[in-house]
Write a protein that binds this ligand. Structure first.
Ligand SMILES: [Zn+2]
Length: 130
């Protein structure tokens, strides 16, 4: 089962105080990037730091270091299909950080597009059979 992001998961990280401007920057980023970069969902969005905030505090407010990823717990299993923040942003573990998040988001989108095409072909084939 996927651990929900909560206080427990964050324990152990160095306590670095957020900039007083973080909330403003976060909202500005979400205004311009209002869907999950991987799947296009518009709910449960998280603003993820590509280079982690606790290691690169100087990049906390850098718009180029931010990516919007969904964090929705719908399937309630460990597939991570409904949680791109966990799956792509953190490689399945909130204690880790995926340094290749941008590549993985691109790969996910390409794979999803291929799958959609394949499903389209399957539907055509299915209609011919029926
Ligand atoms: Zn997503």
């Amino acid at each position: 089962m996927v651990k929900k992001l909560n206080e427990d998961v964050r324990v152990g990280k160095p306590a670095i105080k957020r900039s007083p401007h973080w909330d403003t920057v976060r909202k500005e980023h979400l205004k311009n990037n209002s869907v999950c970069a991987a799947c296009g969902k518009t709910n449960g969005l998280q603003v993820h730091h590509i280079r982690p905030f606790h290691l690169f505090p100087e990049l906390e407010l850098d718009l180029g270091n931010l990516i919007t990823l969904c964090e929705v717990f719908v399937n309630n299993d460990d597939s991570g299909d409904d949680n791109h923040h966990l799956r792509l942003g953190h490689g399945g573990d909130f204690h880790k950080n995926n340094t290749k998040v941008l590549d993985d988001v691109k790969r996910y989108r390409v794979d999803k597009a291929k799958l959609t095409v394949l499903e389209g072909y399957d539907m055509v084939a299915l209609k011919k059979i029926l």
